[in-house]
Design a protein around this ligand. Structure first.
Ligand code: HEC
Length: 115
């Protein structure tokens, strides 16, 4: 191969590697964002957009504030399980959301607890 071709190939490889790094770095932020959008779209009617549980539904069903220590002290696995399988009046999202989407929601709920 000519050295010019080899140089071009190396440049191409470097570009692909750089792109892969950028993608990897932006993934956590992406799941955070989709978690927020999902929460507002699918959960806020009961839990309220700020997760306080202060909605008509929330008062009727006695929904806990997801930012409070009661929820925040539960493990990620517990939260994931509740969202996946449901709990009393809390609907199960097993068939409606992917595991990755539920992970995004757990991350979003965690983020709320830190504020
Ligand atoms: C129909 C109203 C309703 C909807 C919609 C709803 N929830 Fe709930 N959620 C509840 C109720 C009621 C509880 C309390 C269950 C219990 O502990 O008895 C609850 C509890 C929870 C808990 C557990 C809190 C704890 O500390 O035990 C989490 C986490 C949660 N919901 C997340 C979500 C997410 C994420 C969504 C959207 C994908 C969602 N919920 C949609 C009604 C709802």
């Amino acid at each position: 191969m000519k050295s010019k071709t080899i140089l071009l190939l190396n440049l191409l490889l470097a570009c692909v590697a750089a792109l892969a790094i950028v993608l990897m770095l932006s993934l956590p932020a992406f799941s955070q964002e989709t978690g927020e959008a999902l929460f507002k779209g699918k959960c806020a009617m009961c839990h309220a957009a700020d997760a306080s549980g202060k909605t008509t539904m929330g008062e009727k069903l006695k929904i806990p504030d997801l930012r409070a220590s009661d929820t925040q002290n539960k493990s990620d696995a517990d939260l994931k399980n509740i969202i996946t399988k449901g709990k009393d009046k809390m609907p199960a999202y097993e068939t409606k959301l992917s595991a990755a989407q539920i992970d995004g929601l757990v991350a979003y709920i965690r983020g709320l607890g830190k504020k």
